[in-house]
Design a protein. Structure first.
Length: 395
């Protein structure tokens, strides 16, 4: 069994990793920039420690992680959020004695660059939205916005912009008109450029999840997003396992192979409701927020990744269960509150969005036999209590 350090203990993906590895018999140490983290509250966490933020203090974060690695004789490091992954990979040789099962920094940066990923997609047989790339603020101000088709999605090429301690998290925005787009472009931080102005694809979001190792696929999973936070598109709060389309899996593998990717990855698509065509949104080259659903359905990505990273033989995972649904309770409550408090126009929802009555009905309808609580587990209840206290403090 391995001794594993998991970063970003406040993240739900970290909690899924900790529970998975703890059940598998590994010793798991959790670090977080917050005291009383979600994952640190799990009974599967052998130890927990507070470290500086990888976003605002990457040097201090690296020092803190190294100290915990030495104290607990760690074998494998699993960074969860993007700032932690970048900080650890940038530290390079300082982590030479530990396994971090990701490619090198240059490759990770390539896959995180949405513009580069989308440029490579057509050769892999994947459709991409119509888009215009804006390199900097000057180009944005000179752009002929009246020639664009609305609504437009404004998507920074990277989810985390800037460098070192100047990094900032960036988010996707929407514009329904030229006037709205001009206002949003003027307010964009410099770190948001290059910026993609994309055609908005109306339809459900699906994910293809893969573990690629030494040129082969060790695990495959797929899900469909049922509700998101924010409602216009973001983190999934309610989702369902679906059968993975073999053709889309093959295209996704070709795309990852184009970059020489090794490790876990989520390839995110939007399926056009009018045509049924899946359009690529991005590659997420790390553990994703809804990871617990894959584990519940039968694909234990964290345990599989640690297994191959520590030298176990390549094993193809068995088929997973379709129709399993997972609900992030407090995220779903936030979705409900947003829909009740704001109009579809205020939330930038597409035409045909559910009415408030339908939203309430759908929220109350959860609870079928195949539904799972993402955070709340009766055999490990403390993380849900910790999350509840954090949610109430935030309110």
């Amino acid at each position: 069994m391995a001794r594993v350090l998991v970063t970003d203990g406040e993240q739900r993906a970290a909690l899924a990793v900790v529970r998975s590895l703890g059940r598998a018999g590994h010793t798991v140490v959790v670090v977080s920039e917050h005291r009383g983290s979600l994952s640190g509250a799990s009974r599967h966490a052998a130890a927990t420690a507070r470290v500086p933020s990888p976003l605002t203090a990457p040097a201090g974060f690296v020092d803190g992680v190294l100290a915990q690695c030495q104290t607990h004789r760690i074998d494998v490091i699993l960074p969860i959020a993007e700032p932690a992954l970048l900080a650890i990979l940038e530290a390079g040789s300082r982590f030479a004695g530990y396994r971090c099962p990701w490619p090198d920094l240059s490759l990770v940066l390539c896959v995180q660059d949405k513009a580069r990923v989308l440029a490579a997609a057509p050769a892999a047989g994947i459709a991409i939205p119509a888009q215009t790339e804006v390199q900097d603020r000057a180009a944005a101000l000179a752009l002929e916005v009246g020639a664009l088709a609305y609504p437009v999605v404004m998507k920074p090429s990277r989810s985390v912009g800037g460098a070192a301690a100047a990094r900032v998290k960036l988010s996707v925005r929407h514009a329904a008109s030229a006037t709205e787009l001009r206002r949003e472009l003027a307010a964009m931080p410099e770190a948001a450029f290059p910026l993609l102005l994309q055609q908005r694809i109306i339809g459900p979001g699906i994910g293809i999840f893969l573990l690629r190792w030494e040129g082969r696929t060790s695990a495959t999973f797929a899900h469909r997003r049922l509700r998101e936070k924010p409602p216009s598109g973001g983190a999934s709060v309610f989702r369902e396992s679906i059968a993975a389309d073999p053709a889309l899996v093959a295209c996704s593998e070709r795309l990852l192979d184009h970059f020489g990717w090794s490790g876990v990855a989520m390839i995110e698509y939007k399926v056009d409701s009018a045509t049924g065509t899946p359009f690529l949104m991005e590659i997420n080259g790390r553990f994703w927020g809804s990871l617990q659903l894959a584990i519940d359905a039968g694909v234990d990505f964290p345990a599989l990744l640690v297994s191959v990273a520590t030298g176990a033989a390549h094993v193809q995972t068995p088929p997973y269960r379709v129709g399993v649904r997972s609900r992030w309770w407090w995220g779903d409550v936030d979705h409900l509150l947003a829909r009740l408090r704001h109009s579809p126009a205020e939330l930038a929802l597409p035409p045909g969005a559910s009415t408030r009555a339908q939203v309430v009905r759908d929220f109350l309808r959860c609870g079928a036999r195949e539904d799972r609580g993402e955070v709340l587990r009766w055999d490990d209840p403390l993380p849900f209590f910790a999350e509840t206290l954090a949610w109430l403090r935030g309110r």
